[in-house]
Design a protein around this ligand. Structure first.
Ligand SMILES: Cc1cc2nc3c(=O)[nH]c(=O)nc-3n(C[C@H](O)[C@H](O)[C@H](O)COP(=O)(O)OP(=O)(O)OC[C@H]3O[C@@H](n4cnc5c(N)ncnc54)[C@H](O)[C@@H]3O)c2cc1C
Length: 131
């Protein structure tokens, strides 16, 4: 009669590059046994360290290629949104330092930044141009 040995693999995220940034791998437990480690992140890939996103197997051990690619795309969108929000914060802070808000300063900034695209009345698209 034959015998069999079953060995469970342990899946360890290669996260060495993230540790100096302050990210420690989290243990993945199944039935109270550690079966792997991963970097914890929210659904957009944002980690506990501001400005650091992850995607793919480093955070989702069971991801296949298509899941990893989708997560990469999602993280890229979140990173872009974060950069836009930071630009806006800087612009608002700069504006507040230079002159307090007023109807006149608002009009000047709109005209300088947006020109005739202001309020979307004209967008440059042929359909939006008045005769
Ligand atoms: C045996 C096996 C078979 C599989 N078969 C399939 C399949 O048929 N279909 C499918 O969809 N999925 C399959 N998968 C899963 C698939 O491989 C993964 O889902 C996918 O590769 C995850 O992509 P990723 O970019 O997250 O990670 P990876 O493809 O692992 O890419 C991470 C890259 O980062 C590099 N790296 C890590 N640390 C550093 C560092 N410090 N500096 C520089 N580079 C670094 C690594 O060398 C690697 O190239 C299989 C996995 C395995 C192990």
């Amino acid at each position: 009669m034959g015998a069999a040995v079953v060995v469970s693999p342990r899946v360890t995220a290669r996260a060495d590059v993230l540790v100096p940034l302050g990210l420690e791998p989290t243990e993945l437990l199944v039935d109270n046994k550690v079966i792997g480690t991963y970097i914890a992140a929210d659904p957009t890939g944002a980690t506990a360290v501001p400005g650091v996103w992850v995607a793919g197997n480093v955070t989702e051990l069971w991801a296949s290629v298509i899941n990893a690619a989708t997560a990469g795309l999602r993280a890229a969108g979140a990173i872009n949104a974060d950069l836009v929000a930071e630009d806006v914060r800087h612009a608002v802070a700069l504006r507040r330092r230079s002159e307090p808000f007023s109807a006149r300063s608002e009009r000047e900034v709109c005209e300088r930044v947006l020109g005739d695209r202001r309020h979307g009345l004209t967008t440059g698209h042929p359909a939006s141009r008045s005769a």
